[in-house]
Write a protein that binds this ligand. Sequence first.
Ligand SMILES: C[S@@+](CC[C@H](N)C(=O)[O-])C[C@H]1O[C@@H](n2cnc3c(N)ncnc32)[C@H](O)[C@@H]1O
Length: 321
Amino acid sequence: MSIDPKRPVPPGVKTSATGAPARPATATPPTRPATAAGLLVGVRDGAGMREFEFTSADFERVRKLIYQHAGISLSPAKQDMVYSRLARRLRATNKASFADYLALLERGDAAEWERFVNSLTTNLTSFFREPHHFPIFAEHLKKLGSRNPIRVWCCASSTGEEPYSIAMTVAETFGGFNAPVSIIASDLDTNVLATADKGIYPAERVERLAPDRLKRFFLKGAGSQEGCVAVRPELRRMVQFQRVNLLDASWPVKGPLDVIFCRNVMIYFDKPTQYKILSRFAPMLQDDGVLFAGHSESFLHAADLFRSLGKTVYELVRRSR
Ligand SMILES: C[S@@+](CC[C@H](N)C(=O)[O-])C[C@H]1O[C@@H](n2cnc3c(N)ncnc32)[C@H](O)[C@@H]1O
């Protein structure tokens, strides 16, 4: 089964020669030029023959919109990726050109904005990704002793593997599912949140988990869910999912928090955006709170707020030692 959440091709859906889902026969064809035989004509641009023209100016408009809305800085190298992800939106909205599609967005179509943003996020994740963080997290939980509740925010949770790994660590540390720990998991992308909330994954996503974890935390799918695993309801109940755009002026998640997992999302933001977010995290954290970042994320530029504890784990500078 494909693990790229951008290309879900449900069973039974016919695919084209390129592997993309075929358009249903009943869909209204886009108002693009057609040959005498009724075939759609491709457009030659800098990248060769394409279904839609995608100019540098179109790409710049997309970059500006996604930066303003989600803080995501798309590098010039992402032009082909953006084309292939958004070409599907042009087909779905029956637009003949990127200019028409972007005009639709700029008119403020809320539902299409959501799909536009969902198309441009990168959601790569896995269970116990960057595994060295989880024993550190478990030790931190133990240090907090009788604090109740201990509050954890996983703020770019993608399809759920990260917050469920957090929940498994909590259950292991406290010896059960009824731990005094509240786990809030959020993401900007509503598609990944829906997957996360279901907690059903292709079996290959968990094949590297230790057998005792697999047995304790997952159920094996049968019938229509053959080849899948489901997160056990007790574990699922430990995590509350909600949509949060880290760029929004106000967040529904409030402090005080004991732990923030903010891993592998800051890399999509520029330094000023990262700094703004970090300066909002700092007052939400308890004095002894910790922040987990992704392996390639360094917050040296926010040394007035966070101090590195090594292994991309950070504590507050204001913490009294
Ligand atoms: C590469 S995934 C990282 C997932 C997980 N944290 C991990 O380390 O495995 C990045 C996630 O950040 C989310 N994201 C991107 N921009 C965001 C924003 N402005 N606010 C909240 N989440 C955002 C994406 O939707 C995506 O699911």
